[in-house]
Write a protein of this length. Sequence first.
Length: 251
Amino acid sequence: MKNSTSSTKNTADNNKYKYFAASIVGFILIWKIISLNYKPIILPSPEMTFLNIYQKMKTISFWLNISYSFFRIITGYLLSMVVGVFLGTVMGLNEKINSLLSPLISILQTTPNISWILLAIIWFGLNSKIIIFTIFISILPIFVINSSEGVRSTDINLIEIGEVYKLSTLDKVLKIYFPSAKPYIISASIITIERAWKIGAMAELLSLETGIGSGLYWARNNLETEGIFAWTIVLILLGYTSSKLLKKILT
């Protein structure tokens, strides 16, 4: 029975990879066909774009830009996770604090990313703090909301058992509430990592001379459309890989 189940799972995984590969190949073919009707400055061909990526990969500046972006994005992301999980847990445990902070979290959630970027430029000047702050403040509400919902979904029977055994508040959080909130926190972590890459690149494009966003900026200024496509594909791959890697680690 176990072998049969394992075989079925492997077949399903193989089919999933085949469909994924077919989707990518199909997209590239459609892209190629459409690009035949336009000049490269409007829509570069796939081969032109991938050649541009290859050429960039042979330069030191390419890897430096990725490393700059990685540092800024991961810093903002981790800060947001720590603060967001803490606030969400507190809000989930205390109804008064939840009522007090919920409107503020809603405001943060609906504020456009571009507004945070422009404010960060004014507040911090042109440095990495802009990207770290923008990512932090933009994805913080997701961690807060998911953590709070996770804590609130804790089984009442487990809470009563904690009361019977007279567990301390810290023990209740670590042994009862956190396990309940963990799936919600993992979900928020996977969702926000891809978003963090996109927000970070946009902030870099508008404020700094290093990072992936800077690469997009100079490609646009030089009318190198294939360069814009190349950096976009790199950004997509980094976001997708980060999400999949995080999912594999956390689940």
